[in-house]
Ligand binder design. Structure first.
Ligand code: SIN
Ligand code: MN
Length: 211
């Protein structure tokens, strides 16, 4: 498997082959049936995100007027999040070398015009653990900068099946999705006709002694 770097982030193009991508789409469909995608809003302003989200695993990331946080239940159904599919746990173990399992798997659904503004993942106490992200569906322009918002950035075209790992210095780097390129993949066509791209992000939230 080839391995590249985007400003220190480890980029594994086509880490998942087509059958593995299809299997993961089926897993996401099962997760979405148990934990329907919700529309998060920005803290304070209430401005909606352009993506919808759901989660699987013991904890899920949510954002509403009260703030960003991890919680054990879906904000609308009140039910615990569905469990993480073994395929993603397996990727985490194989690729990160992290001694502890991930606790949260955020699933972002991008429509044709959706994007994700430049941000750093800082809601986790376990900042030593990497962040592993999987792309499915249309190609996205992913941007990675430095630990400060104004630092220089580089962008890369993430395709379906690509994995990116934010680790070491890049763990706290600013990153985001400038835009997606509609029509570059047919992977989601049947099961998610309204969605152009799905991103799964695995994170360890608590340090082993406070979880
Ligand atoms: C994120 O950083 O929250 C999502 C990144 C992606 O969609 O690839
Ligand atoms: Mn992020």
């Amino acid at each position: 498997m080839s391995q590249l770097s985007i400003n220190g982030a480890r980029w594994l193009p086509t880490c998942l082959d087509h059958p593995a991508q299809e299997q993961l789409v089926r897993e996401v469909a099962k997760i979405g049936a148990l934990a329907p995608p919700f529309a998060p809003v920005m803290p304070r302003t209430g401005k909606p995100f352009s993506v919808t989200m759901t989660n699987c695993g013991p904890l899920g990331w949510v954002s509403d007027r009260a703030g960003y946080r991890y919680q054990a239940t879906h904000p609308e159904t009140g039910k615990p999040w569905p469990s993480m599919p073994p395929v993603v746990l397996d990727l985490w173990t194989r690729l990160t070398g992290c001694a502890y399992p991930p606790e949260a798997c955020l699933v972002n659904f991008y429509g044709a015009g959706a994007r994700m503004g430049l941000h750093a993942d800082r809601d986790e106490a376990a900042r030593d653990a990497p962040v592993l992200s999987i792309s499915l569906g249309d190609t996205a322009i992913f941007r990675v900068g430095a630990e400060t918002r104004r630092g220089p950035t580089l962008s890369a075209r993430l395709q379906s099946g690509d994995v990116v790992i934010l680790e070491n210095d890049s763990r706290s780097a600013f990153h985001g999705i400038d835009r997606i390129i509609p029509g570059t993949s047919t992977l989601l066509e049947r099961q998610f006709p309204e969605t152009r791209r799905i991103n799964l992000t695995l994170r360890r939230v608590n340090t082993p002694d406070d979880s």
